[in-house]
Design a protein. Structure first.
Length: 146
């Protein structure tokens, strides 16, 4: 939407790249989460966390799935090496080429909020969640992102 609203063909091309990347990696994240849901047998987030509290985190038996989820989350949040939407080889910086000041800051605020969200989802689905250790596990995943 922002690439189209700036009325620039370069920003529009960056927005198309961003939309294509986002759709392709959301499909893989959805399929990965189906494997976790099949292990639990429920769509409830509470049930997912409780299933991991009884024994072992899903990180260990679903290790390849966890790695695929993390790589897809890197791509979803436009972190390196998946920052294709910014077009470093071009003269522009992708869909946010026409934005400066507070609008540009809001783009990065949204990007880092998305990193926090994906870290929380990784913690819930693969690291057992749990109220007492949730913040520490999510902070560790955030550090991996950064």
């Amino acid at each position: 939407m922002s690439g189209w609203a700036s009325n620039s063909k370069y920003a529009f091309l960056g927005a198309i790249r961003a939309a294509a990347q986002m759709i392709s990696y959301e499909v893989s994240i959805g399929l990965i989460l189906i494997s976790v849901l099949l292990c639990v047998g429920s769509l409830s987030v509470t049930e997912i966390v409780l299933a991991q509290n009884s024994g072992i985190w899903f990180f260990f038996p679903l290790f390849p799935v966890t790695i695929m989820f993390f790589v897809s989350a890197l791509a979803e949040t436009n972190r390196a090496p998946f920052d294709l939407t910014e077009g470093e080889s071009e003269l522009v910086s992708g869909y946010n080429v026409e934005y400066a000041s507070m609008s540009f800051a809001l783009f990065f605020l949204a990007e880092y909020a998305h990193i926090i969200l994906m870290s929380c989802l990784t913690t819930i689905f693969f690291l057992g969640g749990g109220a007492e250790w949730f913040g520490l596990k999510a902070a560790f995943i955030i550090l991996l992102f950064i």
